[in-house]
Write a protein that binds this ligand. Structure first.
Ligand code: ZN
Length: 242
């Protein structure tokens, strides 16, 4: 017999306005990521909450909510581009020293790869056809944070960005400076799923001197602490989509 109390308890697990099957641990991670980004939490508290949110995500994904397992080979994140076209010099841009995820928008270092599209007139469109360039997910995962809003008065460095959690390898992948986001927090995606279009959003990325690019960061979170990963070998060996 299901009692009224049990029904009310169940109904109380989703907040108003969200579908009952929304990934609540994803929404919770998104809220925490924005608090850390904006420097609204003491670091010790942020570290404790981060480990708890990752544990909640792992529990949620272990209950049959996990995305399809990655093939083991990554997909290059710019459709129609290879590493030779977009990132011949990108390996030089990877600087893990000085980076701390918990520094948020004020972080140092650049544990990241900048992958450039052909856009001489800086209009975010591919000069070879006048169309936006599609960003695809490199791995299977679930969207755990997103910033769909940005304007030129914002001090946000990442602009319109996505954080995607790959539970197989315990990685967080950050795709920044997008023009438009094509997925929302809580969506499960596979390697090769379109997630955004390349843009110029972000405090520095929007400046005329900045060539149009995708900024990609990979962090490993296996122990509950985010540590930068040099993803160059995965990028260099990635499957290229037309
Ligand atoms: Zn960058």
């Amino acid at each position: 017999m299901v009692t009224l109390g049990a029904v009310l308890l169940f109904a109380g697990t989703a907040s108003a306005g969200e579908p009952a099957d929304a990934c609540q641990p994803c929404l919770a991670f998104d809220r925490l990521d924005k608090q850390i980004r904006d420097g609204r939490l003491p670091k010790a508290e942020a570290r404790r909450l981060f480990a708890a949110r990752i544990a909640d995500l792992d529990t949620y994904l272990a209950r049959g909510n996990a995305p399809a397992r990655s093939s083991g080979r990554w997909v290059f994140p710019l459709r129609g581009y290879s590493i030779a076209m977009a990132g011949a010099d990108a390996a030089k841009g990877y600087v893990a020293a000085g980076y701390d995820y918990f520094d948020g928008n004020r972080h140092g270092g650049h544990p990241s790869f900048d992958l450039f599209i052909v856009d001489r007139n800086r209009d975010s469109l591919d000069d070879r056809g006048g169309q936006p360039v599609t960003v695809v997910s490199m791995t299977g995962g679930i969207v755990v944070a997103a910033e769909p809003a940005w304007d030129e008065h914002s001090a946000l460095r990442g602009g319109k960005y996505l954080w995607i959690y790959d539970p197989v390898d315990h990685l967080l992948l950050y795709y920044a400076h997008n023009r438009d986001l094509l997925v929302k927090v809580g969506e499960r995606i596979e390697a090769g799923t379109p997630i955004a279009t390349v843009g110029r959003s972000g405090f520095n990325a929007a400046k005329q001197r900045s060539p149009t690019h995708l900024h990609l960061t990979v962090l490993r979170v296996g122990n509950g602490r985010p540590e930068p990963v040099d993803a160059w070998p995965w990028l260099a060996g990635a499957i290229v989509l037309d």
